[in-house]
Design a protein around this ligand. Structure first.
Ligand code: HEC
Ligand code: HEC
Length: 203
């Protein structure tokens, strides 16, 4: 090969390579932009999804929700229906005169309306969303306490007693809304937990 052919060859090869790289990186850039765009879209969807999920759990779109909050939110947060399955709600609703050492009896009409509301939004294996995990290892004896469910216990077992029982601003795990400020609406996101007197939960 003589010198001239060699240098023409290198120039040609060099420019092909440079051109190739430039167009490759241009392509990569636009791919990246597309991906970013996609992610933004997903965020919006997530937010919408979050609202829908919460309303499915708390039944907040149901007209009976107001009555439920009035009647069942007087002594503690009105626990969103999606936290317990039908059979647990039915056990609670048929034993209200003997409700955790309190009398929470309702007139028949109200009781019936709230039972059907709870049944409609109850925890169900057909539900989407993460609360379905509440059904994991669900005890056979129809528990009436959310705080006794295996999934609940597993999620809360790292929280020291001084932040709960020993914390006059909380008192017990039954007071969901003390730490999950959006509990009544069905918001139990880990990254929105704030424990009174201790602040945000970081794990
Ligand atoms: C008169 C007060 C009062 C009313 C009204 C009341 N409750 Fe309760 N409820 C309690 C008490 C007290 C506990 C036990 C809380 C504790 O151990 O800290 C409890 C606990 C519960 C729990 C178990 C929470 C846990 O620890 O996992 C559920 C579920 C529940 N109530 C549902 C209802 C429903 C549904 C209604 C309405 C039909 C209702 N409650 C109305 C007093 C009341
Ligand atoms: C003392 C504060 C406190 C109370 C009271 C409390 N929680 Fe929590 N909860 C937490 C913390 C902290 C976490 C996050 C634990 C972790 O990092 O795994 C959590 C996590 C959860 C999760 C999992 C969320 C997820 O993103 O997977 C659910 C569901 C939940 N709690 C439901 C409840 C319910 C229902 C009640 C009331 C019956 C309740 N919690 C009462 C502090 C509390």
């Amino acid at each position: 090969m003589n010198k001239l052919t060699w240098s023409i060859g290198s120039i040609l090869l060099g420019s092909t390579l440079i051109f190739g790289f430039t167009s490759l990186s241009l392509q990569a850039d636009s791919l990246f932009e597309k991906k970013e765009h996609h992610e933004n879209e997903r965020d919006d969807d997530d937010e919408k999804g979050e609202h829908q999920r919460q309303s499915r759990i708390s039944g907040s779109s149901s007209p009976s929700n107001k009555l439920y909050i009035e009647e069942c939110g007087a002594c503690h947060v009105a626990y969103p229906a999606g936290l317990l399955p039908k059979k647990s709600w039915n056990k609670i609703m048929t034993n209200l005169e003997n409700h955790f050492d309190e009398n929470a009896e309702l007139d028949a009409q109200t009781g019936k309306q709230l039972s059907s509301y709870l049944n409609r939004y109850a925890l169900d294996s057909g539900n989407s969303g993460r609360l379905r995990k509440m059904l994991r290892n669900f005890p056979k004896n129809t528990p009436v306490r959310i705080t006794k469910l295996p999934y609940f216990i597993r999620k809360h077992d790292e929280i020291p007693a001084r932040m709960v029982k020993g914390n006059p601003k909380v008192g017990s795990f039954s007071q969901c809304d003390k730490c999950h400020q959006g509990a009544q609406q069905g918001d139990f996101e880990e990254d929105r937990v704030k424990i009174p007197g201790f602040g945000r939960w970081e794990d």
